[in-house]
Every structure is written in C-alpha cells, then in structure tokens.
Design a protein around this ligand. Sequence first.
Ligand code: 5GP
Length: 251
Amino acid sequence: MSTSPATPTRGVLLYSGKAKDVYATEDPSRILMHYTDGATAFNGVKKAQIDQKGVINARISAFFMEKMASAGVPTAFERMVGDRDQLCKRVAIIPVEVVVRNVIAGGLAKKLGLAEGARLKAPLIEHFYKSDSLNDPQINEETAVLLGWARAWEMQAMREYALRVNDVLLEFWGGLNIDLVDFKLEFGRLPGDVSGATSVVLADEITPDGSRLWERGTGRKLDKDVFRRDLGDLSETYKELYARVFGARLT
Ligand code: 5GP
C-alpha cells in the first residue's frame, strides 16, 4: 500500500490541458490536478481567462465526486489541496468520452436538425473518441472495443456508472430548480492488482464546463454555453451557480 504525504507537493508537469494541469507528486500512484481559469471552446479556437473559474470548478467537482463515491461510483478523486488543486489517484484515461443526455441540445440537436429543449424519454448515452486532432468524433461501443480503447466489460461499467451519476445529478440539480440537460464524463483505469486485473473509476471532472444546466422556468443557461455562445459573463454565471450549490458566495 502506498501512503500519501500530509501535504503533497507538485512535481513535474505531466500534462497541460485547456482548463487543467496535471502534476506528479512524491507518490507515484497520486497526481495533483490543478484547475486553471482558462476557458476554451470549439476545440481551442476560442479562448479566455475567466475570473475564479478554477476555484469554482475544483470545488464543484470535488463536491460531486464525493457524492458519486457515496452513491457507489468509484472515483479517482481523493481530496482538495488548497483551493484549486485536487489529489487524485493516478489512472490511465480511457480515450472514450461518455455523454449522457436528458434533453435534446448541443451536438445532438445540430447533427439531427432538431430544436433544442425536448426531453428525451430516457437518458441517452453517446460515446466520443477523445482526440483533439480529430475533434472528438462520435463512435459506438463496438468501435471502442474493436479498436482496443476499452474492453467490453469496461464499456458496460462506464455505462452503468454514467447512468448512476445521472440519477444523482438529476436529483441534485432538480432540487435547485435547474434542469440537467446533458454532461460529459471521462473514466480511467487504476493499475491492476497482482493478477493484472484493472478497475474502472470515474476520473477528470464534473463541472459546468462539461454540463448543460438550464434554470427551470426561464431556460437561462448556467454553464459554459454562456461562453461558447456569447450569452453573458461566464465568471458571474459561475459565481452565481457556486452560491446556489454551496448556499454562500465564493469568498
Ligand atoms: P455536445 O455533444 O452537445 O457538444 O456536448 C454534450 C455535453 O458534453 C455538453 O454538456 C458538453 O459541455 C459536454 N462535452 C462534450 N465534449 C466536451 C469537451 O470536449 N469538453 C467539455 N468541457 N465538455 C464537453
């Protein structure tokens, strides 16, 4: 068993993403995920710095990851370190993004020429190949398995976990009079035990960057579409969302 030091420190930069940087720690089985204020849209074509976004997203994601662990969805998240870093188990990210949709919007509306806003009869799960250079093309489960990106049982586990996450999020956001339209999840593999088996855990983040959240009654968008579609001030929107989630303004 590995032990994590009381206060892990950032080692080498392992990966620099659009809104997060990932650092090694003293413990080879743990990383620090650092949330920046960077925002991008359209695969990096549109970029901005959004005041306090890193702090807001780190705290919101930590809050949801803890909820998911309580609901029986294993996660890579361990704990917050400071106000925008998270200590996480080191995983190998499975290059398949899992999108769950409750309402027609975004890419689904565009692809099929549908109006946004109609509720689906049941949650729809879609899969995308995680590839910036290809713009995350949609794939199906067979493609992921046949091309060796994930095993069939891993795809099944990801589907079950994604639906459980959806149940928890629907209930939480519904309690705040917010409709959860859709969201994206990423999963990772933990290193295996001596038999070589590995297990799938929820990784990355659950934030308004990767979700669509519409205020009930007004339809007002409380997510990154505010930035993607130039609908207002994303920092103010996220600060308001933070206050709704935690019952107090960010200080
Ligand atoms: P869509 O396929 O409609 O563009 O996205 C569906 C949902 O997944 C939205 O909530 C969107 O925010 C999220 N999503 C899909 N791909 C990405 C991505 O590459 N980055 C982020 N942050 N969210 C994504």
